[in-house]
Design a protein around this ligand. Structure first.
Ligand SMILES: [Mn+2]
Length: 224
């Protein structure tokens, strides 16, 4: 059986899933994690997202962002979930060094590990590795993964907003790192109701405010 067929089989039974992404999570790390979470929950899997450190508060509007566990803050709770996990996804990073001490914890578990990532030269730390450095973002790859599972009908506007967020932030609003598949996926997501103008607004208008404030503090001699 192909990798995707094996995973399809695995996901026919409700699993305890943990989704992990990299330290200092950006729009792609958080967006891909939340999109995959929402997608898997539709099939009755128990899903938790654990990130090594906090994500920028501008992404707080994304569905279930508030349910995300931060390992720096809730290590015991996270460790208990990792001990119980039967499947662990690695999204938007290619080696344990990107997730610090969370990597030490996860490397010792027997859960099935699935990596979906667009960075070059992934470490062989997962049972299944989906690597595509030509992809704009891990969000685009999560869409491709759902498509390979033949389940794009499960993609609703909330999953769509999360996926579109990572595609926006990893391409500078489609100014670089795009390919024809990026636009195909964007088209699909617009069709399910994603309002990308509002998304851009939420991501960049608030980012501008943050940048302005930190410049202002610097001018006043405060530490950044
Ligand atoms: Mn990325």
């Amino acid at each position: 059986m192909s990798d995707i067929q094996n995973i399809k089989q695995l996901l026919t039974i409700p699993q305890n899933v943990v989704i992990v992404s990299h330290r200092n999570p950006d729009g792609d790390a958080l967006g891909s994690s939340l999109a995959l979470r929402l997608f898997l929950e539709k099939d009755g899997h128990l899903v938790n997202v654990i990130l090594p450190s906090e994500f920028p508060s501008i992404y707080g509007f994304l569905a279930k962002a508030d349910k995300t566990l931060i390992y720096d803050i809730k290590q015991d709770e996270s460790d208990a979930l990792i001990d119980r996990a039967t499947v662990i996804f690695f999204l938007d990073f290619n080696g344990y060094d990107r997730i610090d001490k969370l990597g030490d914890k996860i490397s010792g578990t027997s859960a099935t590990k699935i990596m979906i990532d667009h960075h070059l030269d992934p470490d062989q730390i997962a049972d299944y590795t989906f690597s595509n450095p030509a992809s704009s973002s891990t969000c685009e790859m999560v869409f491709d993964f759902i498509e390979d599972l033949e389940q794009t009908s499960k993609i609703d506007v909330y999953i769509g907003e999360s996926l579109f967020t990572g595609m926006i932030t990893d391409t500078g609003s489609f100014k670089y790192a795009t390919n024809s598949n990026t636009y195909r996926v964007a088209s699909f997501l617009k069709q399910v109701g994603v309002d990308d103008y509002t998304l851009n607004d939420k991501i960049y208008n608030r980012l501008t405010i943050t940048v302005t404030r930190s410049c202002f503090s610097k001018q006043n001699g405060d530490p950044a």
